[in-house]
Design a protein around this ligand. Structure first.
Ligand code: 3PG
Length: 213
């Protein structure tokens, strides 16, 4: 892997699953991040899809030493900068645009952009980004599609996300060009709302032990 993709890869370590979080209240973010980290999922993605998301990132970055927090659903350079200033250690986008490539090039914070088609992947590789989000994974062709990219686009590594759960994560992890998977299943809305941190910790523990099959 190259440059900042390598940096993100190092932050991830051996973690097989990146929790994708929609945090409705900033107050819940800290206990949520703690529960996930205790269960072995230190690196988490808080999506910018709720009004509290940036504050949630700020609090986790400031208060949860064990967590590595990143921002997801970043669509443009303004959001990239806001998320980086809030303390995001990495930035995730569902896709890849020229302006996001420029924002990432000007920042120390690594970008994990979405890329599915060979052309999108080639644009990312040209920009020096070889760790990519494959989204929406199940709907876009799943493991069959990913396997068919491995030979022609051998430099690309993926974090498939979208429609992945404990039921099919290991099939994805078995694909040679897959590094990890992303998913929301480890932090369901109702468990977060009810503050069931012990249940979330145990979902995280299970997810952090998933392996390629
Ligand atoms: C998303 O960005 O919504 C992620 O892909 C999460 O998808 P999931 O809810 O299907 O895991």
């Amino acid at each position: 892997m190259t440059g900042k993709s390598e940096k993100l890869f190092s932050l991830l370590g051996n973690q097989p699953v990146i929790p994708v979080l929609k945090v409705k209240s900033a107050a819940a973010a800290v206990p949520l991040a703690r529960a996930l980290a205790k269960g072995g999922l230190r690196l988490i993605e808080i999506t910018l899809r709720t009004p509290d998301a940036l504050e949630a990132i700020r609090r986790v970055a400031g208060e949860v030493e064990d967590a590595v927090v990143g921002a997801g659903t970043v669509l443009n350079p303004k959001q990239f900068d806001e998320a980086a200033k809030a303390g995001s250690k990495f930035i995730v986008s569902p896709g890849l645009t020229g302006s996001l490539i420029s924002a990432a090039a000007a920042s120390e914070v690594p970008l994990l952009p979405g890329a599915i088609t060979p052309s999108e992947i080639m644009v990312a590789l040209e920009a020096g980004i070889d760790f990519l989000k494959f989204f929406p994974a199940e709907q876009a062709g799943g493991t069959t599609f990913l396997r068919s990219l491995a030979s022609p686009l051998a430099a690309a590594r993926f974090c498939p996300t979208g429609g992945i759960s404990a039921l099919n994560a290991e099939e994805y992890l078995a694909v040679p060009n897959v590094v990890c998977v992303g998913g929301s299943w480890v932090a369901p809305d109702d468990l977060v709302r009810d503050g069931k941190w012990d249940v979330i910790e145990s979902l995280a523990r299970h997810a952090s032990a998933l392996k390629a099959i």
